[in-house]
Ligand binder design. Structure first.
Ligand code: F6R
Length: 240
């Protein structure tokens, strides 16, 4: 696991975008693993800028997103599909039909999850995956637990995650309590992973990435098993 410690959020965003752009230039038909949440937004803005300047093209890329609330309509402005369209896909030259987000309206959640992992495998696997991290060390919606789940699955969100997400909803009762999420093995199969973290609130989770142990009580520590993971964080997240 490699660390890049930046001075601020702008630097994290630029660094993340640089690594993504290098990957896409090296392999124009890359399979991208994408995340929502506030952290990758700056990186997406940098990538949009590169497309506008004509220095980067997503036209041959395909993407898979980490997770989606369940149940939720893709038209709901709090859905991750809506988030991805407004924060990235609507502004780049990627064919929207090549962007895949878990279907928050799938009647059979389990079948949708199995199909998702099959689609990723059939595409040849994810070339580069961007991750954020929860205050409790969750990645995607793999929350701390005694056991973690390997494949894409339906999961209940913890109180801590529901509270963190509440800022996006009018009332706490509106915050979804379940989601569809890629599992730990689905994420660890990505060929290259970058994890972005900013702010003191992420320090406790990041601090556990610095030693030589893994624990399911901080799912992000399992990334230590991955051969090509880079943590890109600011000093607040790194030093506390
Ligand atoms: C989002 C996701 C989550 C977020 C995490 C951090 O697709 O999978 O694990 O990455 O909750 O969220 P932010 O970036 O808002 O702090």
């Amino acid at each position: 696991m490699k660390f890049i410690v930046c001075d601020n959020y702008e630097e994290i965003s630029a660094e993340g975008a640089k690594i993504f752009a290098e990957q896409i230039k090296k392999k124009p038909n890359s399979i991208l693993g994408l995340a929502t949440g506030s952290t990758p937004v700056g990186m997406y803005q940098n990538l949009i800028q590169m497309v506008k300047e004509g220095t980067l093209s997503f036209k041959d890329c395909r993407s898979f997103n980490l997770d989606e609330y369940y149940p939720i309509s893709p038209d709901n402005d709090q859905s991750y599909r809506y988030f991805m369209n407004t924060n990235l896909f609507n502004h780049i030259d990627m064919d929207i039909s090549n962007t895949r987000v878990l279907n928050g309206l799938a009647e059979d959640a389990k079948a949708e999850c199995v199909k998702y992992d099959e689609e990723i495998d059939a595409a040849g696997g994810i070339d580069i995956q961007v991750l954020g991290i929860g205050h409790n060390g969750h990645i995607a919606f793999n929350e701390p637990d005694e056991k973690l789940i390997c494949g894409t699955h339906l999961t209940s969100l913890t109180e801590s995650t529901i509270n963190a997400n509440a800022r996006f909803f009018e009332k706490k009762e509106d915050v979804p309590t379940q989601s569809l999420t890629m599992g730990m093995a689905s994420i660890l199969k990505a060929k290259k992973i970058i994890l972005l973290a900013s702010g003191k609130g992420k320090h406790q989770a990041i601090a556990e990435l610095l030693d030589d142990t893994i624990t399911t009580s901080n799912p992000s520590t399992l990334l230590k098993l991955h051969p090509d993971t880079t943590i890109i964080c600011d000093r607040d997240a790194y030093e506390g």
